[in-house]
Write a protein that binds this ligand. Structure first.
Ligand code: SF4
Length: 392
């Protein structure tokens, strides 16, 4: 059986990046931050009462900006978390913004058991960083990386393609930076222009221009080619790593394993229950102070066919694909036959070593085949098992 993960959300930032629609607050009022951290520990204890689990194998502290808050508070949080579990946490990641990376933070993290750092670079082009109101520059990112790499060997960096001011020749800029840094894990995402963000409004008013998609696509292809030549494994649609440095925590998501999500807006999946906490800080804290779990944004008990569908659309993003017997276990024999007959007729999918995966041509351009996969899955179900799914 796969292990269980734990995601912990710290929803505080020093300022808002203009593209961000994550749940993060810029109110760093000290008493609220302290009370929030106590509430997250309460939430964890309530969730563990509901689903007793003694050990977890991955822990991911994300945000927001975990290093925006006082490092003594984070240290206390780590200590409290340690009281709940026995055994070794194989991968213990903290997400950091470069501008607050200091030697004392890194040493505190290492001494608390953290063994992996995720740093948000987003771009190596200062005009892009400035336009989207990131607080760091390319130079300060390099300094932060240097400090982090003196303490940690496992470092992941995030990049966003398609930011405003991204030049036509951006690939050569990014490749030069990646060659110098050589992180062992890289996530490359496309900018998603959410309509509740300042960037969206700027683009709509034509105050800010985005690069044309074909330019971004060409740059991304060159970066991916470079990574392949450098020995990086493209193991998930948006993720690359040197051998042995896959994100074990994210693999829990893509494998549809069990994981707790603790904190404001955090989501979890335990057995067949999927939930996401409220995004309202006041409601979150009020419930926990009254001894209840936070109100859910949504919460549902999945039927087998729904669990299967989630397994399908998350797992198909992995280069390895989905373990076919696991997928088959969610359907009756008749449903499986209907599903599999359709899959075998499509050139968008292939099988290898017992896994169903996207054919290479479709691995990066996966929107269409994933839509097709879900359609085939739904059509294979008997009427009474056809369910809607909040994830689709
Ligand atoms: S640092 Fe991250 S979470 Fe905070 S505003 Fe920027 S993108 Fe959003």
């Amino acid at each position: 059986m796969n292990g269980c993960g734990l995601y912990f959300h710290i929803p505080f930032c020093l300022s808002r990046c203009s593209y961000c629609d994550f749940c993060s607050l810029v109110d760093l009022d000290e008493p609220i931050v302290s009370a929030y951290l106590l509430d997250t520990i309460r939430e964890l204890s309530f969730r563990l009462n509901e689903y007793p689990i003694q050990s977890i194998d991955t822990l991911y502290i994300g945000g927001g900006t975990p290093n925006a808050i006082d490092h003594k508070k984070i240290k206390t949080l780590f200590h409290s978390l340690g009281q709940f579990f026995t055994g070794t946490i194989r991968e213990y990641t903290v997400e950091l913004n470069p501008e607050q990376v200091t030697v004392s933070w890194m040493e505190m993290l290492r001494d608390s058991g953290v063994n992996r750092i995720s740093l948000g670079a987003q771009s190596f082009w200062d005009p892009s960083l400035q336009t989207v109101r990131r607080r760091h520059t390319t130079d300060s990112f390099f300094r932060a990386y240097e400090i982090a790499s003196q303490v940690f060997s496992a470092i992941s960096i995030d990049l966003i393609m398609g930011l405003p001011n991204e030049p036509k020749e951006y690939a050569s800029i990014a490749i030069a930076a990646l060659r110098q840094l050589r992180p062992n894990h890289i996530s490359i995402y496309q900018l998603e222009l959410a309509d509740n963000t300042p960037l969206y409004r700027q683009v709509m008013k034509e105050v800010v221009d985005l690069p044309i998609p074909s330019s971004t696509e060409a740059n991304e292809s060159l970066i991916i080619e470079f990574l392949a030549k450098e020995g990086y494994i493209h193991y998930e649609t948006s993720n690359f790593c040197l051998p042995g440095y896959e994100s074990l925590h994210n693999l829990h998501y893509w494998n549809n394993d069990d994981y707790f999500g603790i904190g404001l807006s955090a989501g979890g999946h335990i057995k067949n229950k999927r939930y996401q906490n409220t995004q309202n800080l006041e409601a979150y804290m009020r419930s926990l102070s009254m001894g209840s779990l936070p109100p859910p944004e949504y919460e549902r008990e999945n039927q087998p066919a729904e669990e299967g569908k989630e397994t399908l659309f998350m797992g198909i993003r992995k280069a390895q694909g989905i373990w076919i017997p696991k997928l088959q276990s969610f359907l009756s024999d008749l449903e499986w036959k209907r599903f599999w007959d359709q899959i075998c007729m499509s050139e968008q999918f292939e099988t290898k070593d017992g896994y169903l995966r996207l054919a290479p041509h479709w691995f990066r351009k996966n929107r269409e085949p994933i839509g097709k996969l879900i359609e085939i899955w739904d059509q294979s179900l008997t009427t009474k098992e056809k369910q809607t799914n909040p994830f689709c």
